[in-house]
Design a protein around this ligand. Sequence first.
Ligand SMILES: [Mg+2]
Length: 174
Amino acid sequence: MLRKFLPDQHVADIFEITPETLKEKNIKGIITDLDNTLVAWNEPNATVAIKEWFNQMASNGIKVSVVSNNDRKRVKHFTTPLNRPYIHRANKPLKGAFRKSLKEMQLKKEEVVVVGDQIMTDIFGGNRAGFHTILVVPILQTDDKATKFNRKIERFILNKLEKRGWIEWQGKKN
Ligand SMILES: [Mg+2]
């Protein structure tokens, strides 16, 4: 059970995920979280660096889809200028949105990674749905109300994972 919370990979930020590192693993698509993964949860717009990251992926033929538990207004506002598909109110860790996103991408599950900053939603959900999962350090050390509770459980699980020597996590809050 605990293994389902363990990411396959962890990185300091989204920019460590490059077309080169993905191509090595034959990855052709990314299902990414939004809040505290691409930008801070209270930042409405993509930064210049994030726009550049999306462009880089596109020019290398890597599909990116934004799958967020946040509401339509937030997710649509963020993704529209990037011209990328999105799913809002995704209900992660449930599998539905991951499956839908994969279908839209027309790729195989093995060709897609799931990226996010939360163990309870992004990683647990991505693992349950059978994807390679990548955990990023949350951009901000604060969260919206809905996430605060999940973070408490996350700290508990991270402690267990660390005790077993399965993960050394720099994003853990004390
Ligand atoms: Mg997030």
